[in-house]
Design a protein around this ligand. Structure first.
Ligand code: SF4
Ligand code: SF4
Length: 104
């Protein structure tokens, strides 16, 4: 499990660096976010939720899509949209109201 950061989309806001609980993301020489220790990422998705530039992808484990399947998110006001792109490039999405996201 790991993330990948698209430097061409990164706007150098620094939010992912500050939110990662493992301190796994750093700024590179161009001031763009870069994952320092990809193997240590445990997939909490906090950095995806913070990134307003849709620059971060989270690669899915083999048993839930794998082989290039990935996930990214988009903030839509009161909602968070999650996009899942499968290995065969099919795209699915779900929208979650942020106020209900921790309700059980
Ligand atoms: S949150 Fe997104 S835009 Fe901001 S530094 Fe991280 S990757 Fe770049
Ligand atoms: S998914 Fe979580 S652990 Fe992995 S880099 Fe992003 S914030 Fe850090």
């Amino acid at each position: 499990m790991s993330i990948q950061i698209d430097k061409t989309k990164c706007i150098s806001c620094g939010k992912c660096l500050n939110i990662c609980p493992g301190n796994l993301i750093a700024e590179d020489e161009e001031k763009k976010a870069s994952i320092k220790h990809p193997k240590e990422c445990w997939g909490c998705t906090a950095c995806l939720k913070e990134c307003s530039a849709e620059a971060i992808k989270y690669y899915l484990a083999a048993d839930i899509g794998g082989k290039g399947g990935h996930l990214y998110s988009k903030n839509c006001g009161d909602s968070m949209a999650w996009y899942i792109v499968s290995a065969d490039h099919k795209k699915y999405h779900i929208k979650i109201n942020k106020k209900d996201s921790n309700a059980y």
